[in-house]
Write a protein that binds this ligand. Structure first.
Ligand SMILES: Nc1ncnc2c1ncn2[C@@H]1O[C@H](COP(=O)(O)OP(=O)(O)OP(=O)(O)O)[C@@H](O)[C@H]1O
Length: 232
């Protein structure tokens, strides 16, 4: 077994059919090592979300294969996919995706409830995670009582709840101003490196690229570049 946490081979995803077919991903192959923060860059429509959704088992490819932590995502049945998404992968989305009626602490606790973590252990871990993202004093606040940057920090804490090996973040700073976005990316990088997680982060923002260990560039569904980040 190699040290790669993520392996993608010949991935294709078409949407629609006939004259209206869109080749969202065309024969994409890549690897991401354990503990690596990989940025995925590309214009709107280049295929970033499609790629991340396929790696995270949220969608099925037209062709090609994906492995995460030694499991073949593309061969997994629904039950195995649920387990993989619950235990091995944390997701962070542009729109935060918090449950509005739940407090910050309750939102962070959701994945642990699904994984049937006992209440006392859950509460302890929730407070550790909120401290970790700098929101120790905000446990009881609901999403609408927090800023965008704070909501994204809650979402990051939630993504870490089950200590995943892989963090997938799709435009995590897309709804934040540049200063807040930079702070959220700094936090993500620090967490990824401290915990030895692998992270795949889609972003439009060139200024965020320098925080990545490696940058992948997608153009019209093809991987056109895989490089060291500029400025490092
Ligand atoms: N459900 C769908 N049905 C049809 N076409 C789709 C669907 N989802 C995505 N596409 C198309 O696939 C291509 C890739 O889309 P994708 O969302 O992966 O790009 P992206 O790089 O993430 O873009 P953005 O930065 O705007 O989020 C685009 O041409 C898009 O219009």
């Amino acid at each position: 077994m190699s040290e790669d946490l993520v392996r993608v081979q010949g991935l294709c995803r078409d949407y629609g059919s006939g004259d209206r077919v869109v080749h969202a991903l065309r024969d994409v192959s890549l690897r991401a090592g354990r503990g690596e923060l990989v940025a995925v860059r590309g214009r709107s429509g280049a295929g970033k979300t499609t790629l991340l959704n396929l790696i995270g088992g949220l969608d099925r490819p037209t062709a090609g294969r994906v492995w995460v932590a030694g499991h073949e995502v593309t061969a997994a049945g629904e039950r195995d996919l649920l387990r993989l998404r619950r235990d091995d992968i944390g997701f962070v989305f542009q729109s935060f995706g918090l449950i509005p009626i739940l407090s910050a602490a309750e939102n962070v606790g959701v994945p642990m409830r699904l994984a049937k973590v006992p209440a006392a252990q859950r509460e302890e871990r929730v407070s550790v995670l909120l401290e970790l993202v700098g929101l120790g004093g905000h446990a009881a606040q609901r999403p609408y009582e927090m800023s965008g940057g704070q909501q994204q920090r809650v979402a990051i804490a939630r993504a870490l709840a089950n200590d995943p090996a892989l963090l997938i973040a799709d435009e995590p700073t897309g709804q934040l101003d540049s200063e807040t976005g930079r702070a959220v990316m700094d936090l993500l990088r620090a967490l990824v490196h401290a915990r030895g997680m692998t992270a795949l982060v889609a972003t439009h923002d060139p200024t965020l690229m320098e925080l990545a260990d490696r940058v992948l560039v997608l153009r019209d569904g093809r991987l056109v570049e895989s490089s060291e980040p500029v400025g490092v």
